[in-house]
Design a protein. Sequence first.
Length: 222
Amino acid sequence: MFRLGWQVFRARLPELVSDRVRRRLVVVALIVAPVVFVGLVVVVVLTDDVSVASVAASAAYAAAAGAFSMLFCRLGPKGWSIPAVPSIGWRTQDAVARYYRRSAQPVAPEHRDAVLAGMDDARDRIVRTTFQSSFLLASWLLAVVAAVLVAVSGSSVHGPVFLWAPLWPLLAGSSGGVGIWTLGRQEHLRAEASALPPVPPAPPKRGRPGGPSGSKLALPGE
């Protein structure tokens, strides 16, 4: 599933995140990183901890802040969440959700249309959120490098400690891994559901539209 999901991710990412959006991400990072770097260097100078390691740590912290700032850039059109599908009942929604489990049963013919409904929108949303998770992971890795440099130099300036909180790589890594696996499982379900014959529409109800339902026999006095 991971290999198939990675193939889907690489195929869809250039179309979903255009060169214009990528340039905007770089511009935002290039604005934030120098501001953070200057601020940290000022702190280093004021605390008399100037050294090659402290300046390098400040640069690494600044780069981490730049990577973190890209999380706040919108990658897709406004409101690119999955639209609701009111025609699908909760029982069908629950059945479709079970198909995404590791040991799921084959897709039932009656669930074919429900499985395929909104799949393209869901795939694109997962690709975007998985791409965003890489910003958080890159930010954490850069901040860890900075923390190591600070520890080696013995500097008293620790910078923004929250950037290398241990919870961040777990969030970023798990989000990215689940996204890639879901893309693979989704593509597998697409092929499986597309191979099923379309479900014919339900026959229309007999009788006049809007007419009373049930028995047409009249009781005495009616």
